[in-house]
Design a protein around this ligand. Structure first.
Ligand code: ADP
Ligand code: ZN
Length: 749
């Protein structure tokens, strides 16, 4: 693009080439550098930037693969060739970023209005440290005749023969094959007969075997599996929703599609909503395919990350399971992406570069003509609408596998059958837990709230302990003896006097967190063996593994946990699930509050009765008439989603329309409010376009910044990105105020 704009004589005068290089910094597009060699897009290079040196990637010219609507307006100024700085080095030993990954990076950036360099940064987390990557080097015969001056000793001849027969080898390999010493090999290299080359590292683990241990599928499972396999064998882009009740064998079924993809020699990526789930999942993969898959998430060590990254880039690693960031791995031959529990909110990246893992998985697969399988017992409204419109295929598993039946769900009306003051477990629920314990079965109490109490109140003056940096209550964590803000990192020690009126011992905890439920359960069931599972106490996959082992080996009678316990666990002896506060997610007026509560409660209910013994679920609720409770009791997910759809359709709420949140924040409330109002004045207008707000965000103060929100809502046929881009590009840049954009927002805080 830029080269053409230069007068022809300047090109002749200057040696070298103009290269577009994307660097992991928040610029609008790639920067231009000079290079002696013409390098292919995807090549990783070191480049100077200011006084720093960075790893960047040689980028393409125009992003021709992006829809016109999405393309950034300009890619920055073109500098005169003479002024360009030269690249510092080429990372010869690091595999280049493949075309489809670069296209994907452009896509994610354009869709979410993020800087492409910041998206690249996700993909470069490994190669950025590639300076320390030690490639395995070997020797090959230099092309051309042997130099006349070469003295051909028998030892040297043996080395040349070994090369002739076995191909390139490391010093150690050649020495072993020829019987010659390392010095002889070095001598040949010095004489100009050998040259160094990069050795292909043999696959450390061998290959996954698609036929290692296939299960015997039920008729229903086999039918679904066949359809999924067909989707993979088409070798074109297609998406299938695999919907099936909890315990219906969805994993076993999509494993058949995984097997089909492995047989084609292509790679499979399976996304899980939580990294703590990877341990149980990898075990299952290993039982089915005879080998452990590569695991990808933020908590891997440096060395493992590097090896995994390279193995995936070189196509040696076929099966990969990971968190959403695994979408940015440099797959050599990706053929299938599975998004397990596709309805989960955790797929949305909420910090830095915002993107939805499920939606971007579909984009990624389309770029490689691959298949996608979305898996859920309670699919998202977005996915259901795509099925209805015929964009996605649909396979359904109606029954639990084997003899297991769906659990019976009952509601405990807390208005009538609630516990005594200061307690949170109703007598009915406690009786049931006792019965299960007598029968030697396990129970689970679910409360989606970490800590001991969500709020602390002074009985003397009514003061509530609040985070000094956020508009949020401080949450008591009694075991760690701290008060913590759940929105920033702020913590403080527990206090005994009210910070407002100074009264001693007047502070009381209001409401329960899991720690408080644990305490109550301990008092109620002194002989029970309890286990707490909360996302802040079980942080690593290994800690989770240990907890899972304890449950499986029945060292636990009662599990108490936050949403981590709701996930895909399979505990055959767990027969009772008690939901401490079924109404918890319904407040807040968020677009998806009801849908999400329904999905979460259905999921946690699905932990009960997965083995041979029947399961029971008890919902403690003050809102028995709410559609969510009714749907859960009737096990009627479809009518519930239809009602939800009917509410969203007329106002063009997603998925019937498009939505983007614009969040304005500033250190002073007035700054934020003024800029938000200014934005509202210049908001895009037109038929099918609406801007709501500005209004103070529910989290009006976050990390010392005041926040205002606007919502841009359009009809489905109107693309948001060009509207947003025009609107925000024209916005005044005010000192400390910041504008953040969230396309397809999941959080409305
Ligand atoms: P889901 O993901 O739908 O909740 P899973 O795939 O976890 O269900 O299956 C539930 C349990 O039933 C697992 O222990 C699984 O191994 C077992 N299972 C499902 N289908 C079969 C089958 N065809 N043969 C043997 N075991 C099966
Ligand atoms: Zn805070």
């Amino acid at each position: 693009m830029a080269e053409n704009s230069l007068p022809p004589h300047s090109r002749r005068m200057e040696a070298g080439h103009r290269l577009s290089v994307l660097v992991p910094r928040p610029f609008d597009g790639p920067l231009d550098y000079r290079s002696d060699r013409l390098l292919a897009p995807g090549t990783l290079v070191r480049v100077p930037l200011g006084r720093q040196e960075l790893t960047g990637c040689v980028w393409d010219g125009e992003p021709a693969h992006l829809p016109v609507d999405f393309r950034p307006v300009s890619r920055g100024k073109t500098f005169a060739f003479a002024k360009l700085r030269p690249i510092s080095a080429v990372l010869e030993h690091v595999p280049p970023l493949p075309d489809d990954l670069r296209q994907f990076i452009d896509w994610v950036a354009a869709y979410g209005l993020s800087a492409p360099g910041m998206v690249l940064a996700i993909a470069l987390r490994v190669p950025a440290q590639a300076g320390s990557m030690k490639p395995l080097m070997g020797w090959m015969r230099k092309p051309g005749p042997l130099p006349d001056t070469l003295r051909l000793t028998p030892a040297r001849r043996a080395v040349l023969e070994a090369l002739e027969q076995g191909g390139p080898g490391t010093t150690a390999m050649l020495a072993a094959q020829s019987g010659a010493s390392a010095a002889v090999i070095r001598g040949l290299a010095n004489a100009g007969v050998l040259e160094e080359c990069l050795m292909e590292v043999p696959s450390p683990a061998g290959q996954a075997d698609p036929d290692h241990a296939p299960p015997t599928l039920s008729a229903e499972q086999a039918e679904a599996a066949e359809a999924l396999v067909a989707g993979v064998e088409e070798r074109t882009f297609n998406v299938t929703l695999l919907e099936g009740v909890t315990g219906s064998g969805k994993t076993e079924v999509y494993f058949e599609a995984v097997a089909a993809c492995l047989r084609q020699g292509r790679q499979v990526l399976v996304l899980l909503p939580e990294i703590v789930l990877t341990a149980q999942w990898t075990d299952r993969f290993e039982r089915r395919f005879g080998i452990r898959p590569a695991v990808w998430h933020s908590e891997l060590g440096q060395k493992t990350r590097r090896e995994t990254w390279c193995a995936i880039a070189e196509g040696r690693q076929q099966g990969v399971v990971g968190a959403r960031s695994a979408l940015f791995l440099p797959f050599a031959r990706l053929g299938l992406v599975v998004v397990d529990e596709e309805h989960e909110n955790t797929y949305k990246q909420e910090e830095g570069v915002l993107y939805h893992g499920r939606d971007m998985a579909i984009v990624r697969a389309r770029l490689v003509q691959g298949a996608v399988i979305l898996v859920s017992a309670t699919p998202s409204m977005e996915t259901l609408v795509n099925v209805q419109k015929g964009r996605f295929r649909h396979e359904v598993l109606e029954a639990r596998h084997g003899t297991a039946r769906m659990p019976e769900i009952t509601l405990i009306d807390m208005k009538e059958h609630g516990p005594e003051r200061g307690q949170f477990l109703s007598p009915l629920l406690c009786e049931s837990i006792e019965e299960r314990m007598k029968a030697g079965e396990q129970s689970m109490l679910f409360l989606n709230r970490r800590g001991y109490a969500p709020m602390t109140l002074c009985r003397a003056c009514g003061h509530r302990l609040q985070c000094p940096h956020c508009s949020a209550w401080m949450v008591e964590h009694r075991r760690r003896r701290i008060l913590a803000c759940h929105h920033c990192e702020y913590t403080q020690p527990l206090v005994s006097a009210c910070p407002s009126c100074g009264a001693q011992d007047s502070l009381v905890p209001i409401g329960p967190g899991v720690e408080r439920i644990h305490e109550e359960a301990q008092a109620r069931f002194p002989d029970a063996r309890l286990l707490s599972m909360a996302s802040d106490t079980l942080t690593s996959p290994t800690a989770m593994e240990e907890a899972v082992r304890k449950i499986a080996s029945r060292e636990v009678d009662l599990i108490i946990g936050t949403q981590v316990v709701a996930k895909g666990w399979h505990f055959p002896d767990l027969t009772l699930v008690g939901v401490v506060d079924a109404d918890l997610g319904l407040g807040g007026g968020d677009l998806r509050a009801a849908e999400r509560t329904m999905q979460l409660l259905h999921q946690v209910a699905g932990r009960a009765g997965r083995g041979t013994k029947p399961g029971q679920v008890m919902l403690q609720s003050y809102a028995g008439d709410h559609p969510v409770m009714k749907a859960l009791l009737a096990n009627d997910f479809i009518s519930f989603m239809e009602q939800e759809a009917a509410q969203r359709r007329p106002g063009f709420w997603p998925p019937y329309g498009r939505l983007a949140a614009v969040i304005v924040s500033a250190p002073k409330e007035r700054q934020a409010e003024e800029l938000a109002r200014l934005l509202a004045m210049h908001a895009p207008r037109g038929e099918g376009i609406q801007v709501l707000g500005p209004a103070p965000a529910p989290l009006a103060l976050l990390r010392d910044r005041y926040r205002y929100r606007l919502l841009l809502r359009t009809r489905r046929d109107i693309a948001l990105q060009p509207l947003l881009r025009r609107w925000l590009d024209g916005a005044p840049r005010k000192n400390d105020a910041r504008i953040d954009v969230d396309v397809d927002p999941v959080s409305f805080m």
